[in-house]
Design a binder for this molecule. Structure first.
Ligand SMILES: [Zn+2]
Length: 178
């Protein structure tokens, strides 16, 4: 039996974390995430649409962006984001409407086996990186419920960034750990 290796080399020194010190009192977040349904982490294929990943490494990168950047930034800057949807400061944070909404509804139905109603407000949230978090936003209770991750920004594709052939991608973080 070979020894279990951690990463590529043995760790001899503790990693120095480059984390800023807190200088202000911690503010209460103005919006809340509802993670009660864990199916939002799963990958799905519907027609041309897919959010399956290439492999575990790509998966790690995209989830790092999600949990290290997107979610904390949404919580921290929500007041500014919700008054600046789609502006230059927040170009990837906005409501999903029209044919993009239709696509999200189809993907949702495939993943959850349930149809969302007309009253539901759908939004995408992202800053840097290729992935977009697709959510239901309930303004009355200031709640954000993630419904799936658009890992390859296929809901709003761009010619510049959507050149890869995704048909061979088949990695799902949920199914690969079941
Ligand atoms: Zn899955």
């Amino acid at each position: 039996m070979s020894k279990k290796k951690i990463g590529r080399k043995a760790i001899t020194q503790p990693v120095k974390h480059n984390i800023a010190k807190i200088t202000e009192p911690i503010k209460a977040a103005k919006v809340h995430f509802d993670f009660s349904d864990n199916r939002w982490l799963c990958s799905v294929r519907k027609g041309e649409y897919t959010n399956f990943l290439k492999d575990a490494e790509q998966c790690l990168k995209t989830h790092y962006n999600l949990f290290y950047t997107i979610i904390p930034k949404v919580l921290d800057e929500w007041d500014r984001i919700k008054t600046g949807f789609g502006t230059r400061q927040y170009p990837h944070c906005h409501k999903i409407e029209g044919k993009q909404r239709e696509l999200v509804l189809e993907v949702y139905k495939e993943l959850y086996n349930y149809e969302l109603g007309e009253e539901v407000s759908l939004y995408q949230l992202s800053f840097t990186g290729a992935n977009r978090l697709i959510v239901i936003y309930g303004a009355a209770k200031e709640t954000i419920k993630p419904i799936f991750i658009d890992h390859h920004h296929q809901i709003y594709p761009s010619i510049k960034h959507n050149q890869k052939d995704l048909s061979s991608y088949n990695y799902c973080i949920v199914c690969s750990h079941k």
